[in-house]
Design a protein around this ligand. Sequence first.
Ligand code: SF4
Length: 400
Amino acid sequence: MDNTAEMPKPPETALITGNAQITGNAQITGNTKMTEAAKMTEAAKIAEAAKIAETAKINLLDLSCDELKLFLSNYGQKNFRTRQITEWLYKDINDIDEMTNIPKELRERLKEVSRIRTFKLMQKYISKDGTVKYLFGLDDKNIIESVLMEYKYGLALCVSTQVGCKMGCKFCASSGLGFIRNLTSGEIMEQILAVQSDCKNRIGNIVLMGIGEPFDNYENVIKFIKQVNIAEGLNISLRKITVSTCGLVPGILKLANEGLPVNLSLSLHAPTDEKRSALMPINKVYSIDKIIEACKIYTEKTGRRITFEYAMLGGFNDSEKDAMLLVKKIKGMLCHVNLIPANTIDGFEFNASTRENMEKFKEILETNGITATIRRELGTDINAACGQLRRKVIEQKTEM
Ligand code: SF4
């Protein structure tokens, strides 16, 4: 992809609006005849205009290294400045002014047209098991979630890639709220920076398994993966990044050819097309066989093992017969199966499987040479499953 071709231009209009807001402020201060209420209304309008001007600025986190280089060359800056600014972008700072080795004049010019942080931490929930769920407010007042999990091998962050989702999976709290928009690569990245800033710890593992279908936002997701891997930035190894999909076959095949050997996780959740289509409408477009074929190609091209996610839904997909049907589909593949004790979701008809059923299911897979793990149930007391908390907050707001 020629990144330079998509280089955003500095938003001159933002600059003009920003200046206008200063004039507006001066008018308010000078007008002694205004009532207090009128002043308040006027001040609110100016504050809103200021916010609009702010959101029109370029988010430097949205730029790839090549794009940032081109952007800075507009200001006559040499390559070493790109490296310096790149390093700052991924540090725990909130403002361009904190880039202390950048000349003040350049910082002032950058502040007029760009910014580096856009999120507002709205809520944070800490589970008894240490899982932390973050709710972030975006510029356009939309809300997304990120979930921080602690494993033996370190911290992992589950990030969202879209506001809402089009895929309509029946067990997912995000699907009921519909799709609003894609996240930019910078917004995917900012989830990591915001959580690191809060927990004061390095996050070494990223899972693209939050709200949204990553392959439905393909270009921004790829841009994010390339950027999160750069040495001057967060330097997260590609092997520590997992992309999770509900089974968009063209996305799997495209990723296989990107030369980015990230882990692929496939939300399978059922062993037959009939059952899977009842859970996941996308299965009517891409059947299990088509998905398995694409996963085999992915493994061949990248050498990476596929992880099949399988939510255990009591009485629906957790019988011994289901386990045998699954064996038939995936036997011989370089793969692993994660059996997930499903979180029950208000308003949906499925319940979690029993421990006994899960153990039996696992045993059948392993007897047939397929490695499997029954996952720990993380964060159930804080609605940590995909989109649950966002859904709750939005519903509460609607009820108010
Ligand atoms: S499970 Fe994932 S793909 Fe399915 S609706 Fe939820 S967010 Fe979308």
